[in-house]
Design a protein around this ligand. Sequence first.
Ligand SMILES: Cc1cc2nc3c(=O)[nH]c(=O)nc-3n(C[C@H](O)[C@H](O)[C@H](O)COP(=O)(O)OP(=O)(O)OC[C@H]3O[C@@H](n4cnc5c(N)ncnc54)[C@H](O)[C@@H]3O)c2cc1C
Length: 269
Amino acid sequence: MDLAWVESHRSPESRSGLVPRPGERLLAGGTWLFSEPQPDVTGLVDLTAMNWEPWEALPDGGLRLAATCTVQQARQAPWPSPVLARQCADALLMSFKVQAAATVGGNLCLGLPAGAMIALTAALAGEAVVWTPDGAERRTPVAAFVRDAGVVDLGPGEVLRAVELPGRALRAPTAFRRAALTSYGRSAALVIGRRESDAVVLTLTASVPRPVVLVLPPAPSAGAVRRAVADAGNDVGWYDDPHGAPDWRAAQTDLLAAEVCAELTGVVA
Ligand SMILES: Cc1cc2nc3c(=O)[nH]c(=O)nc-3n(C[C@H](O)[C@H](O)[C@H](O)COP(=O)(O)OP(=O)(O)OC[C@H]3O[C@@H](n4cnc5c(N)ncnc54)[C@H](O)[C@@H]3O)c2cc1C
């Protein structure tokens, strides 16, 4: 849709140009920004003009995804195993046109429960790299970066620069389960598991307002998984929107978590 209130558009090529002026909003892929009226936005600052490399390899075998890396580019990055990235990209149920424009950073900064790039990067122990307006940088785990539905850990003038994923998490076996009310519906519950040598790490998204990371023993019992999921729901609350009722989301998350643990550990509950 046209953003009728926008009067200016800047394409900064250096960091100093990212400092917003009154009424300005950062523009990444624009797939959300142009999807609804933005009456408080009078100027756009196009992040893609920074021309960041979509991804870079890290010395430990990890990956650094630029905030402007598109979902499509993220799919094509050199993952040790590309399966999880593809599963998460497809969980957004976007057409290929949207995947080509929507960015990893835009997905994280929107902070929607169904943000599948949030799920991917939280499940892989991702760290958000945030540029602060004084020229410094700070880091925070993705799971903490998203604080609530639509609420993220970004202060005025801060820019999400990248997400770094450690090599050890990328090399770990993972399992993915997703539930939605309809075949092509928005994610209502999404559980990703990662098997470490000393733990099974479950990441819950979509059914909860913010990512929840549960660190369980290497071969958790069915009861332990069930209790951990129920405690998480009691702690943060089950999300409620037209894509699923809270009690249904709780039940789906319980089921998916059990399936994920069974796949990763070979122990069927
Ligand atoms: C058909 C369709 C399906 C969709 N499905 C889903 C879905 O299933 N789940 C979901 O979560 N979303 C979904 N979306 C919403 C949205 O398109 C995605 O979340 C997308 O990843 C947003 O990325 P973008 O680059 O387009 O962000 P933009 O629209 O450009 O920006 C989104 C917001 O983030 C801010 N922002 C962007 N980048 C940065 C940065 N680096 N630092 C600070 N602020 C920044 C912008 O200022 C803006 O407020 C869907 C959209 C469409 C059109």
